[in-house]
Design a protein around this ligand. Structure first.
Ligand code: NBP
Length: 469
């Protein structure tokens, strides 16, 4: 049997994507470094399907129709390099390699150049949706050689989630555009998760709510404008009882969040490129603080603070928290899109941000109803610099900014950290302030380092001996 497409890497993502493609009518050759994983698929879920198991890369390549189309779904970093090093020499000019792992975009640029030298086509493909999405339809974010995309467009768009405005897959741009967009997607994911976790913390410690009651609130919020995958899973998590103890399982989970690196990369790159992404950064730092469990436990015995009760009307706090969550989540999308806009200009990706919003509408972790008005705003004004300047977000800001202030202030008064919410508020307040105190910073820089400054009343560059007077 000649295969239409091949998948290397038979861990959970590779297996599920192979099965998903097979389900769309394609014959799929599969290969994994460790034989057992390939056997597991071929003799398990893949039995009787158009799955062609192979046990070395030359056999894998021979099983493919030409031009060959190969998707690598192996661990990002050295694992992917090891596979590509072995795979590239086996391929011929015009064949296509797609890396569906969470590669750093700089690695994608390097591999693309290697592929170019061999006359191969290469795509860096962001895939989001976890193992469920891989099987039932993920969001797919390809970037790289456009001609390569054209040879695989049908396979990818059929494999992707079928969203409300078309398949959640689109060619995003040249070079590392796909992996860059996926990196920022994950940054936004970090920020939304952190904001929801802060709401949970305020409900739990500030309002003494039980998980089942919180689940009701999140469930209600998930019926409205904020509806999305991360709210949906939150209310499910809060309802889940541990079969061994009958306790809400979430309360038995250790409070140290892990990170695989994409949120961190997103923040590092935002800093390198001077893009404003403070809420995404706050979410990364919050995970870092969470990892200091031992130190936190010790400090909790020593450093006092206020009792974490909010002592206010519960319904009012919840209503305000909903407004605060809304504005913070929109701010997280805005910061990610802002970073993409800047990267697109600097790196020549030519991204269409409304198309990015469309691809994120289904299949991925940050899918949410908010992406409808976000896409609309970006379609109507592709160079929109700030989401809150467009409908409906400008009126939502007017409606909810007091709620965000009040939520942040009450949480701070009660000693409950809300870094995502407060960073979003500070960012928006900074952005909407015509004159910031950076004039004093300029003066300080000029004072100690003769860095010079500009004036508001005349053109030119100035330096002053500030301590002469
Ligand atoms: P993992 O990220 O755990 O990677 C395991 C796979 O990489 C196995 O097939 C393993 O082969 C292979 N591999 C490694 Br490790 N080193 C290798 C090497 N030197 N040579 C050849 N193969 C090697 O699997 P995953 O969670 O399925 O994710 C696959 C990719 O998809 C990753 O890049 C991940 O970042 C990305 N991704 C994952 C998710 C998710 O929700 N899990 C979502 C989106 C994207 P072996 O069996 O021989 O050890």
């Amino acid at each position: 049997m000649t295969a239409d497409v091949g998948v290397v890497g038979m861990a959970v993502m590779g297996q599920n994507l192979a099965l998903n493609m097979e389900n769309k009518g394609y014959t799929v050759a599969v290969y994994n470094r460790t034989r057992e994983r390939t056997e597991e698929l071929a003799e398990g879920r893949g039995r009787g399907l158009r799955i062609v198991p192979t046990y070395d890369l030359p056999a894998f390549v021979s099983a493919l129709s030409r031009p060959r189309r190969v998707l690598s779904m192996v661990k990002a970093g050295p694992g992917t390099d090891a596979v590509l090093e072995e795979l590239f020499p086996l391929l011929e000019e015009g064949d296509l390699v797609m890396d569906g792992g969470n590669a750093h975009f700089a690695d994608t640029e390097r591999r693309l150049a290697q592929a170019d030298r061999r006359g191969l086509r290469y795509l860096g493909v962001g895939v989001s949706g976890g193992e469920y999405g891989a099987l039932h339809g993920p969001a797919i974010m390809p970037g790289g050689h456009r001609e390569g995309y054209e040879t695989v467009e049908e396979v990818l768009t059929e494999t992707a989630a079928q969203g409300p405005e078309g398949p959640c897959c689109a060619y995003l741009g040249p070079g590392s555009a796909g992996h860059y967009v996926k990196m920022v997607h994950n940054g936004i994911e970090y920020a939304i998760m952190q904001t929801i976790a802060e709401s949970y913390d305020v409900m739990k410690r500030g309002l003494s709510m039980a998980p089942a009651e919180m689940a009701e609130v999140f469930s209600r919020w998930n019926q409205g404008e904020l509806a999305g995958y991360l709210l949906e899973i939150t209310q499910k998590i809060l309802r889940y009882s541990d079969p061994h103890t009958d306790e809400p399982l979430v309360e038995l989970v250790l409070d140290t969040a892990q990170q695989k690196g994409t949120g961190k990369w997103s923040t590092q790159v935002a800093l390198d490129e001077g893009a404003g992404a403070p809420t995404i950064a706050a979410a990364v730092f919050a995970r870092i603080v969470s990892a200091l469990k031992g130190e936190r436990m010790a400090a909790s015995e020593v450093l006092g603070g206020p009792a974490p009760e909010l002592g206010a009307d519960k319904n009012q706090v919840l209503e305000e928290m909903h407004g605060a969550l809304y504005l913070t989540v929109v701010s997280a999308y805005d910061q990610g899109l802002r970073q993409l806009r800047q990267a697109s200009a600097e790196r020549g990706y030519g991204l269409s941000l409304s198309e990015v919003a469309r691809v994120w509408m289904d299949g991925c972790i940050i899918r949410s109803r908010l992406l409808f008005p976000i896409r609309k705003a970006l379609s109507e004004k592709p160079d929109l610099p700030f989401l809150f300047l467009a409908a409906p977000f400008s009126s939502r800001w007017r409606e909810h900014h007091c709620a965000l202030r009040s939520t942040v202030a009450s949480a701070h008064q009660a000693g409950i950290p809300v870094p995502a919410m407060s960073s979003a508020l500070d960012f928006i307040d900074g952005y909407r302030t015509g004159r910031l105190p950076a004039n004093l910073i300029q003066a300080q820089r000029d004072f100690f380092g003769a860095h010079t400054y500009q004036r508001v009343d005349k053109d030119g560059t100035f330096h002053t001996q500030w301590d002469e007077l």
